[in-house]
Write a protein that binds this ligand. Structure first.
Ligand SMILES: *Cc1c(COP(=O)(O)O)cnc(C)c1O
Length: 453
Protein backbone atom coordinates (compact mmCIF):
# COMPACT_ATOMS: atom_id res chain seq x y z
CA UNK A 1 0.00 0.00 0.00
CA UNK A 2 1.14 3.51 -0.80
CA UNK A 3 1.73 5.73 2.20
CA UNK A 4 -0.58 8.29 0.56
CA UNK A 5 -4.23 7.84 -0.32
CA UNK A 6 -5.26 7.59 -3.96
CA UNK A 7 -7.15 10.87 -3.54
CA UNK A 8 -4.02 12.62 -2.28
CA UNK A 9 -1.88 11.27 -5.14
CA UNK A 10 -4.50 12.32 -7.69
CA UNK A 11 -4.62 15.77 -6.21
CA UNK A 12 -0.85 16.22 -6.45
CA UNK A 13 -0.81 14.71 -9.93
CA UNK A 14 -3.40 17.25 -11.09
CA UNK A 15 -1.47 20.08 -9.55
CA UNK A 16 2.12 19.16 -10.37
CA UNK A 17 2.57 16.55 -13.08
CA UNK A 18 2.39 17.79 -16.67
CA UNK A 19 1.74 14.64 -18.67
CA UNK A 20 3.25 14.07 -22.13
CA UNK A 21 1.03 14.25 -25.24
CA UNK A 22 -1.90 15.12 -22.98
CA UNK A 23 -4.46 17.91 -22.98
CA UNK A 24 -4.19 18.69 -19.30
CA UNK A 25 -7.61 20.33 -19.16
CA UNK A 26 -9.16 16.95 -20.03
CA UNK A 27 -6.79 15.21 -17.69
CA UNK A 28 -7.65 17.42 -14.71
CA UNK A 29 -11.37 16.83 -15.19
CA UNK A 30 -11.28 13.10 -14.57
CA UNK A 31 -10.09 10.83 -11.81
CA UNK A 32 -6.99 9.17 -13.22
CA UNK A 33 -5.67 5.71 -12.55
CA UNK A 34 -2.57 5.80 -10.37
CA UNK A 35 -0.31 2.81 -10.99
CA UNK A 36 1.64 1.47 -8.07
CA UNK A 37 2.82 -2.00 -9.03
CA UNK A 38 3.47 -4.27 -11.96
CA UNK A 39 3.31 -8.04 -12.30
CA UNK A 40 3.86 -9.90 -15.56
CA UNK A 41 1.68 -8.25 -18.20
CA UNK A 42 -0.41 -6.46 -15.57
CA UNK A 43 -0.35 -3.04 -13.99
CA UNK A 44 -1.92 -2.63 -10.56
CA UNK A 45 -3.29 0.68 -9.28
CA UNK A 46 -3.28 2.13 -5.78
CA UNK A 47 -6.73 0.65 -5.12
CA UNK A 48 -5.64 -2.82 -6.20
CA UNK A 49 -7.36 -2.82 -9.62
CA UNK A 50 -5.50 -4.73 -12.32
CA UNK A 51 -5.07 -3.65 -15.94
CA UNK A 52 -3.57 -5.71 -18.72
CA UNK A 53 -0.79 -3.58 -20.21
CA UNK A 54 -2.01 -3.56 -23.82
CA UNK A 55 0.69 -1.16 -25.03
CA UNK A 56 3.64 -2.62 -23.13
CA UNK A 57 4.13 0.65 -21.24
CA UNK A 58 4.63 2.73 -24.38
CA UNK A 59 6.09 -0.15 -26.41
CA UNK A 60 8.98 -0.82 -24.07
CA UNK A 61 8.09 -3.89 -22.08
CA UNK A 62 9.38 -7.25 -23.26
CA UNK A 63 9.55 -9.87 -20.50
CA UNK A 64 6.76 -8.54 -18.30
CA UNK A 65 6.82 -6.19 -15.33
CA UNK A 66 9.00 -6.91 -12.32
CA UNK A 67 10.48 -9.96 -13.93
CA UNK A 68 12.48 -11.59 -11.12
CA UNK A 69 15.62 -12.25 -13.22
CA UNK A 70 15.77 -8.64 -14.38
CA UNK A 71 15.10 -7.30 -10.89
CA UNK A 72 17.93 -9.49 -9.62
CA UNK A 73 20.35 -8.27 -12.30
CA UNK A 74 19.51 -4.69 -11.37
CA UNK A 75 20.00 -5.34 -7.65
CA UNK A 76 23.34 -7.03 -8.22
CA UNK A 77 24.60 -4.22 -10.43
CA UNK A 78 23.55 -1.46 -8.06
CA UNK A 79 25.74 -2.99 -5.36
CA UNK A 80 28.71 -2.96 -7.76
CA UNK A 81 28.43 0.37 -9.55
CA UNK A 82 25.49 2.69 -10.16
CA UNK A 83 27.13 5.01 -12.66
CA UNK A 84 30.47 6.01 -14.07
CA UNK A 85 31.00 8.19 -17.11
CA UNK A 86 32.08 7.06 -20.59
CA UNK A 87 33.76 10.44 -21.12
CA UNK A 88 37.34 9.52 -20.35
CA UNK A 89 36.62 6.09 -18.84
CA UNK A 90 35.38 2.75 -20.06
CA UNK A 91 32.96 0.72 -17.98
CA UNK A 92 32.40 -3.01 -17.76
CA UNK A 93 28.68 -3.38 -18.48
CA UNK A 94 28.68 -0.93 -21.39
CA UNK A 95 31.53 -2.85 -23.02
CA UNK A 96 29.86 -6.24 -22.72
CA UNK A 97 26.55 -4.87 -23.98
CA UNK A 98 28.19 -3.17 -26.97
CA UNK A 99 29.89 -6.44 -27.91
CA UNK A 100 26.57 -8.29 -27.63
CA UNK A 101 24.76 -5.66 -29.71
CA UNK A 102 27.40 -5.92 -32.42
CA UNK A 103 26.80 -9.68 -32.42
CA UNK A 104 23.01 -9.60 -32.73
CA UNK A 105 22.50 -6.62 -35.04
CA UNK A 106 22.82 -7.04 -38.83
CA UNK A 107 26.40 -7.79 -39.92
CA UNK A 108 28.68 -4.79 -40.24
CA UNK A 109 27.05 -2.73 -37.50
CA UNK A 110 29.90 -2.70 -35.02
CA UNK A 111 30.20 0.60 -33.19
CA UNK A 112 27.79 1.44 -30.41
CA UNK A 113 27.16 5.05 -29.39
CA UNK A 114 25.02 5.14 -26.25
CA UNK A 115 22.41 7.68 -25.22
CA UNK A 116 19.23 7.76 -23.17
CA UNK A 117 16.14 7.52 -25.33
CA UNK A 118 14.82 7.08 -28.84
CA UNK A 119 14.93 10.77 -29.69
CA UNK A 120 18.55 11.16 -28.67
CA UNK A 121 19.46 7.99 -30.54
CA UNK A 122 18.01 9.62 -33.65
CA UNK A 123 19.65 12.99 -33.00
CA UNK A 124 22.94 11.14 -32.79
CA UNK A 125 22.20 9.27 -36.02
CA UNK A 126 21.35 12.44 -37.93
CA UNK A 127 24.38 14.38 -36.69
CA UNK A 128 26.62 11.39 -37.28
CA UNK A 129 25.38 10.99 -40.86
CA UNK A 130 25.92 14.64 -41.62
CA UNK A 131 29.40 14.77 -40.12
CA UNK A 132 30.25 11.62 -42.07
CA UNK A 133 29.48 13.53 -45.28
CA UNK A 134 31.59 16.45 -44.06
CA UNK A 135 34.54 14.10 -43.53
CA UNK A 136 34.06 12.90 -47.09
CA UNK A 137 34.38 16.46 -48.35
CA UNK A 138 30.67 16.86 -49.06
CA UNK A 139 29.43 19.42 -46.53
CA UNK A 140 26.68 20.46 -48.94
CA UNK A 141 25.01 17.11 -48.25
CA UNK A 142 23.09 18.38 -45.27
CA UNK A 143 19.53 17.32 -45.86
CA UNK A 144 17.60 14.15 -45.04
CA UNK A 145 14.96 12.20 -46.87
CA UNK A 146 12.12 11.12 -44.61
CA UNK A 147 8.64 9.67 -45.02
CA UNK A 148 5.26 11.14 -44.37
CA UNK A 149 3.72 9.84 -41.13
CA UNK A 150 7.20 9.09 -39.83
CA UNK A 151 7.93 9.45 -36.14
CA UNK A 152 11.45 9.61 -34.77
CA UNK A 153 11.01 11.37 -31.44
CA UNK A 154 10.28 14.78 -30.01
CA UNK A 155 13.58 16.64 -29.75
CA UNK A 156 14.09 19.17 -32.53
CA UNK A 157 16.30 17.13 -34.83
CA UNK A 158 14.04 14.12 -34.45
CA UNK A 159 10.98 16.30 -35.10
CA UNK A 160 12.66 17.72 -38.21
CA UNK A 161 12.84 14.25 -39.74
CA UNK A 162 9.33 13.40 -38.56
CA UNK A 163 6.20 13.59 -40.69
CA UNK A 164 3.16 13.70 -38.45
CA UNK A 165 1.69 17.16 -38.92
CA UNK A 166 -0.54 17.15 -35.87
CA UNK A 167 2.51 16.72 -33.63
CA UNK A 168 5.10 18.50 -35.66
CA UNK A 169 3.59 21.44 -37.58
CA UNK A 170 3.69 23.88 -34.62
CA UNK A 171 7.45 23.59 -34.43
CA UNK A 172 8.12 24.16 -38.10
CA UNK A 173 9.89 27.50 -37.52
CA UNK A 174 12.35 25.69 -35.25
CA UNK A 175 13.04 22.77 -37.57
CA UNK A 176 15.51 22.11 -40.35
CA UNK A 177 13.93 21.24 -43.65
CA UNK A 178 13.68 17.63 -44.76
CA UNK A 179 12.63 16.07 -48.05
CA UNK A 180 9.47 14.11 -47.47
CA UNK A 181 8.69 11.06 -49.56
CA UNK A 182 5.23 9.48 -49.72
CA UNK A 183 4.69 6.83 -47.07
CA UNK A 184 3.65 3.34 -48.16
CA UNK A 185 0.31 3.82 -46.39
CA UNK A 186 -1.57 1.53 -48.74
CA UNK A 187 -5.02 1.99 -47.19
CA UNK A 188 -4.81 5.71 -47.84
CA UNK A 189 -2.30 5.84 -50.66
CA UNK A 190 -1.58 9.44 -51.56
CA UNK A 191 -0.62 8.33 -55.06
CA UNK A 192 -4.09 6.88 -55.52
CA UNK A 193 -3.14 3.19 -55.67
CA UNK A 194 -5.92 0.86 -54.57
CA UNK A 195 -4.01 -2.35 -54.16
CA UNK A 196 -1.02 -3.06 -51.99
CA UNK A 197 1.26 -4.61 -54.55
CA UNK A 198 -0.45 -4.44 -57.94
CA UNK A 199 0.78 -0.83 -58.21
CA UNK A 200 4.40 -2.01 -58.27
CA UNK A 201 5.01 0.32 -55.36
CA UNK A 202 4.68 3.68 -57.08
CA UNK A 203 5.80 5.29 -53.85
CA UNK A 204 9.26 3.91 -54.57
CA UNK A 205 9.31 5.70 -57.90
CA UNK A 206 8.38 8.91 -56.11
CA UNK A 207 11.20 8.29 -53.67
CA UNK A 208 13.67 7.65 -56.46
CA UNK A 209 12.62 10.86 -58.19
CA UNK A 210 13.49 12.82 -55.05
CA UNK A 211 16.87 11.10 -54.96
CA UNK A 212 17.53 11.72 -58.64
CA UNK A 213 16.88 15.42 -58.23
CA UNK A 214 18.27 16.06 -54.77
CA UNK A 215 20.84 13.41 -53.84
CA UNK A 216 23.65 15.95 -54.16
CA UNK A 217 22.28 17.82 -51.17
CA UNK A 218 21.25 14.80 -49.11
CA UNK A 219 23.23 13.13 -46.31
CA UNK A 220 20.95 10.20 -45.72
CA UNK A 221 17.52 8.66 -45.55
CA UNK A 222 15.66 7.95 -42.32
CA UNK A 223 13.18 5.09 -42.09
CA UNK A 224 11.21 3.09 -39.55
CA UNK A 225 11.75 -0.39 -41.01
CA UNK A 226 8.65 -2.49 -41.82
CA UNK A 227 6.22 -0.46 -39.73
CA UNK A 228 5.66 3.20 -39.00
CA UNK A 229 4.62 3.00 -35.36
CA UNK A 230 3.35 6.32 -34.06
CA UNK A 231 2.04 7.20 -37.53
CA UNK A 232 -0.68 4.60 -36.96
CA UNK A 233 0.97 1.16 -37.15
CA UNK A 234 1.38 1.53 -40.89
CA UNK A 235 2.91 -1.63 -42.31
CA UNK A 236 5.06 -1.48 -45.43
CA UNK A 237 4.47 -3.92 -48.28
CA UNK A 238 7.03 -6.76 -48.44
CA UNK A 239 10.11 -5.75 -50.38
CA UNK A 240 9.73 -2.06 -49.67
CA UNK A 241 12.57 -1.85 -47.16
CA UNK A 242 14.93 -3.83 -49.36
CA UNK A 243 14.14 -1.57 -52.32
CA UNK A 244 14.83 1.51 -50.19
CA UNK A 245 18.22 0.05 -49.26
CA UNK A 246 19.02 -0.45 -52.95
CA UNK A 247 18.04 3.12 -53.77
CA UNK A 248 20.22 4.46 -50.96
CA UNK A 249 23.13 2.51 -52.44
CA UNK A 250 22.43 3.72 -55.96
CA UNK A 251 22.42 7.36 -54.88
CA UNK A 252 25.16 6.96 -52.29
CA UNK A 253 23.06 7.98 -49.30
CA UNK A 254 23.43 6.69 -45.77
CA UNK A 255 20.48 4.64 -44.61
CA UNK A 256 19.42 5.27 -41.02
CA UNK A 257 17.06 2.63 -39.63
CA UNK A 258 15.04 3.72 -36.64
CA UNK A 259 14.43 0.45 -34.80
CA UNK A 260 13.41 2.19 -31.59
CA UNK A 261 9.94 0.59 -31.69
CA UNK A 262 10.68 -2.49 -33.81
CA UNK A 263 13.93 -3.64 -32.21
CA UNK A 264 14.21 -6.49 -29.72
CA UNK A 265 11.68 -8.97 -31.00
CA UNK A 266 8.59 -6.91 -31.69
CA UNK A 267 8.35 -7.92 -35.35
CA UNK A 268 9.08 -11.59 -34.71
CA UNK A 269 12.80 -11.25 -35.47
CA UNK A 270 15.31 -9.52 -33.24
CA UNK A 271 15.35 -6.53 -35.59
CA UNK A 272 12.91 -5.56 -38.35
CA UNK A 273 15.73 -5.10 -40.89
CA UNK A 274 16.52 -8.81 -40.63
CA UNK A 275 13.21 -9.73 -42.30
CA UNK A 276 14.57 -8.33 -45.56
CA UNK A 277 18.27 -8.94 -45.01
CA UNK A 278 18.84 -5.23 -44.92
CA UNK A 279 21.92 -3.76 -43.28
CA UNK A 280 21.49 -0.07 -42.60
CA UNK A 281 24.53 2.17 -42.23
CA UNK A 282 23.27 3.40 -38.89
CA UNK A 283 20.67 1.83 -36.62
CA UNK A 284 18.94 3.46 -33.66
CA UNK A 285 17.49 1.36 -30.85
CA UNK A 286 15.90 2.20 -27.54
CA UNK A 287 12.46 1.22 -26.19
CA UNK A 288 12.87 -2.56 -25.84
CA UNK A 289 16.62 -2.61 -25.28
CA UNK A 290 16.47 -2.73 -21.48
CA UNK A 291 13.13 -4.56 -21.58
CA UNK A 292 11.31 -1.41 -20.52
CA UNK A 293 13.20 -1.08 -17.24
CA UNK A 294 15.44 1.95 -17.66
CA UNK A 295 16.07 4.70 -20.19
CA UNK A 296 18.90 3.70 -22.50
CA UNK A 297 19.45 3.91 -26.25
CA UNK A 298 22.11 3.10 -28.77
CA UNK A 299 23.04 4.36 -32.21
CA UNK A 300 24.99 1.61 -33.89
CA UNK A 301 27.20 2.52 -36.84
CA UNK A 302 28.91 0.53 -39.56
CA UNK A 303 32.68 0.48 -39.66
CA UNK A 304 32.60 2.63 -42.77
CA UNK A 305 30.78 5.38 -40.89
CA UNK A 306 32.95 4.98 -37.80
CA UNK A 307 36.25 5.07 -39.66
CA UNK A 308 35.41 8.39 -41.29
CA UNK A 309 35.68 9.98 -37.84
CA UNK A 310 39.21 8.72 -37.17
CA UNK A 311 42.00 11.27 -37.49
CA UNK A 312 44.65 13.16 -35.61
CA UNK A 313 43.38 15.22 -32.68
CA UNK A 314 44.15 18.42 -34.55
CA UNK A 315 42.01 17.41 -37.53
CA UNK A 316 38.86 17.91 -35.43
CA UNK A 317 37.21 14.80 -36.78
CA UNK A 318 35.91 13.91 -33.33
CA UNK A 319 32.19 13.33 -32.94
CA UNK A 320 31.42 16.13 -30.52
CA UNK A 321 28.28 14.75 -28.98
CA UNK A 322 27.47 13.03 -25.70
CA UNK A 323 24.95 12.69 -22.92
CA UNK A 324 25.76 12.68 -19.24
CA UNK A 325 24.26 9.27 -18.45
CA UNK A 326 25.70 7.57 -21.50
CA UNK A 327 26.25 3.85 -21.00
CA UNK A 328 24.66 3.75 -17.55
CA UNK A 329 25.73 0.45 -15.93
CA UNK A 330 22.33 -0.27 -14.35
CA UNK A 331 20.55 0.00 -17.68
CA UNK A 332 23.29 -1.98 -19.44
CA UNK A 333 23.12 -4.76 -16.85
CA UNK A 334 19.37 -5.11 -17.32
CA UNK A 335 19.74 -4.99 -21.10
CA UNK A 336 22.30 -7.81 -20.93
CA UNK A 337 20.06 -9.92 -18.73
CA UNK A 338 17.18 -9.25 -21.11
CA UNK A 339 19.22 -10.60 -24.02
CA UNK A 340 20.06 -13.63 -21.92
CA UNK A 341 16.34 -14.22 -21.33
CA UNK A 342 15.68 -13.97 -25.08
CA UNK A 343 18.03 -16.92 -25.50
CA UNK A 344 17.19 -18.90 -22.41
CA UNK A 345 13.43 -18.73 -23.05
CA UNK A 346 13.90 -18.99 -26.81
CA UNK A 347 11.53 -16.04 -26.90
CA UNK A 348 11.66 -15.42 -30.65
CA UNK A 349 10.52 -19.00 -31.30
CA UNK A 350 7.88 -18.88 -28.58
CA UNK A 351 6.59 -15.69 -30.15
CA UNK A 352 5.67 -17.21 -33.52
CA UNK A 353 2.43 -19.00 -32.51
CA UNK A 354 1.38 -15.87 -30.59
CA UNK A 355 1.88 -13.78 -33.72
CA UNK A 356 -0.08 -16.34 -35.76
CA UNK A 357 -2.89 -16.31 -33.22
CA UNK A 358 -3.04 -12.53 -33.37
CA UNK A 359 -3.40 -12.72 -37.18
CA UNK A 360 -6.25 -15.22 -36.87
CA UNK A 361 -8.10 -13.09 -34.37
CA UNK A 362 -7.61 -9.91 -36.40
CA UNK A 363 -9.74 -11.40 -39.19
CA UNK A 364 -12.75 -10.97 -36.90
CA UNK A 365 -11.85 -7.32 -36.43
CA UNK A 366 -11.61 -6.80 -40.16
CA UNK A 367 -15.24 -7.83 -40.56
CA UNK A 368 -16.61 -5.23 -38.18
CA UNK A 369 -18.63 -2.52 -39.98
CA UNK A 370 -16.49 0.37 -38.74
CA UNK A 371 -13.10 -1.23 -39.12
CA UNK A 372 -11.47 0.16 -42.25
CA UNK A 373 -8.04 -1.41 -42.11
CA UNK A 374 -6.23 -3.90 -39.93
CA UNK A 375 -2.44 -3.88 -39.98
CA UNK A 376 -0.10 -6.26 -38.26
CA UNK A 377 3.62 -6.70 -38.02
CA UNK A 378 4.74 -9.34 -35.56
CA UNK A 379 3.20 -8.68 -32.16
CA UNK A 380 2.18 -5.15 -33.09
CA UNK A 381 -1.11 -4.26 -34.73
CA UNK A 382 -3.32 -1.30 -35.52
CA UNK A 383 -7.07 -1.36 -36.16
CA UNK A 384 -8.12 1.75 -38.06
CA UNK A 385 -11.71 2.77 -37.37
CA UNK A 386 -13.66 4.62 -40.05
CA UNK A 387 -17.00 6.38 -40.09
CA UNK A 388 -17.79 4.89 -43.49
CA UNK A 389 -16.18 1.64 -44.54
CA UNK A 390 -17.19 1.96 -48.18
CA UNK A 391 -15.73 5.40 -48.77
CA UNK A 392 -13.01 4.99 -46.11
CA UNK A 393 -14.15 8.28 -44.61
CA UNK A 394 -12.36 8.84 -41.33
CA UNK A 395 -14.09 9.67 -38.08
CA UNK A 396 -13.57 13.38 -37.36
CA UNK A 397 -10.69 13.54 -34.89
CA UNK A 398 -12.74 15.61 -32.44
CA UNK A 399 -14.88 12.51 -31.92
CA UNK A 400 -11.90 10.90 -30.19
CA UNK A 401 -13.13 7.53 -31.34
CA UNK A 402 -9.86 5.79 -30.47
CA UNK A 403 -9.76 7.31 -27.00
CA UNK A 404 -13.35 6.26 -26.40
CA UNK A 405 -12.63 2.67 -27.38
CA UNK A 406 -9.71 2.59 -24.96
CA UNK A 407 -11.81 4.08 -22.13
CA UNK A 408 -14.45 1.44 -22.80
CA UNK A 409 -11.77 -1.28 -22.70
CA UNK A 410 -10.75 -0.09 -19.24
CA UNK A 411 -14.05 -1.39 -17.93
CA UNK A 412 -12.80 -4.85 -18.83
CA UNK A 413 -9.41 -4.30 -17.23
CA UNK A 414 -7.37 -3.26 -20.25
CA UNK A 415 -4.99 -0.36 -20.51
CA UNK A 416 -4.58 0.73 -24.10
CA UNK A 417 -3.69 3.96 -25.86
CA UNK A 418 -4.78 4.70 -29.42
CA UNK A 419 -3.05 6.55 -32.25
CA UNK A 420 -5.82 8.86 -33.45
CA UNK A 421 -8.53 6.62 -34.92
CA UNK A 422 -6.32 3.57 -34.77
CA UNK A 423 -6.64 1.15 -31.88
CA UNK A 424 -3.23 -0.22 -30.97
CA UNK A 425 -2.32 -3.76 -29.93
CA UNK A 426 1.24 -3.88 -28.62
CA UNK A 427 1.44 -6.12 -25.52
CA UNK A 428 4.58 -7.32 -23.72
CA UNK A 429 6.17 -10.07 -25.83
CA UNK A 430 5.62 -12.64 -23.07
CA UNK A 431 1.83 -12.23 -23.07
CA UNK A 432 0.20 -15.64 -22.55
CA UNK A 433 -2.37 -17.15 -24.90
CA UNK A 434 -5.21 -16.54 -22.46
CA UNK A 435 -4.10 -12.96 -21.79
CA UNK A 436 -3.95 -12.29 -25.54
CA UNK A 437 -7.50 -13.65 -25.94
CA UNK A 438 -8.61 -11.50 -23.02
CA UNK A 439 -7.06 -8.40 -24.58
CA UNK A 440 -8.55 -9.02 -28.03
CA UNK A 441 -11.99 -9.95 -26.68
CA UNK A 442 -12.11 -6.74 -24.68
CA UNK A 443 -10.94 -4.58 -27.58
CA UNK A 444 -13.40 -6.18 -29.98
CA UNK A 445 -16.27 -5.67 -27.54
CA UNK A 446 -15.18 -2.08 -26.94
CA UNK A 447 -15.01 -1.30 -30.65
CA UNK A 448 -18.49 -2.75 -31.10
CA UNK A 449 -19.88 -0.75 -28.17
CA UNK A 450 -18.36 2.57 -29.19
CA UNK A 451 -19.06 2.30 -32.93
CA UNK A 452 -22.56 1.00 -32.22
CA UNK A 453 -22.58 -2.44 -33.82
C1 LIG B 1 9.21 6.15 -29.47
C2 LIG B 1 9.97 6.33 -30.71
C3 LIG B 1 11.02 7.26 -30.78
C4 LIG B 1 11.32 8.22 -29.66
O1 LIG B 1 11.75 7.58 -28.51
P1 LIG B 1 11.74 8.37 -27.11
O2 LIG B 1 12.41 7.42 -26.18
O3 LIG B 1 10.30 8.57 -26.79
O4 LIG B 1 12.45 9.63 -27.30
C5 LIG B 1 11.76 7.32 -31.93
N1 LIG B 1 11.49 6.52 -32.98
C6 LIG B 1 10.49 5.61 -32.95
C7 LIG B 1 10.27 4.73 -34.13
C8 LIG B 1 9.69 5.49 -31.82
O5 LIG B 1 8.68 4.63 -31.80
Amino acid sequence: MSEYSTAQLREWDRRHVWHPFTQMLDWERDDQIVIEKGEGCWLIDTDGNRYLDGVASMWTNVHGHCRPELNQALKEQVDKLEHSTLLGLASEQSIILAARLAEITPPGLEHVFYSDNGSTAMEVAVKMAYQYQVHHGRPERSRFITFRNAYHGDTLGAVSVGGIDIYHATFKPLMFEALQAPAPYCYRCELGCQDKTACGMKCLQALELIMQEQAGSVAGLVIEPLIQGAGGMIVQPPGFLKAVRRLCDRYDLLMIADEVATGFGRTGRMFACQHEDVVPDIMAVSKGIAAGYLPIAATIASSQVYRAFLGEYSELKTFFHGHTFTGNPLACAVALKSLELFERDDLLTALQPRIARLSERLVQFRNLPHVGDVRQCGLAAGVELVENKESRRAYPWEMKIGVRVCLEARKYGIFSRPLGNTVVIFPPLVISDSELEFLLDALERSIRAVTGC
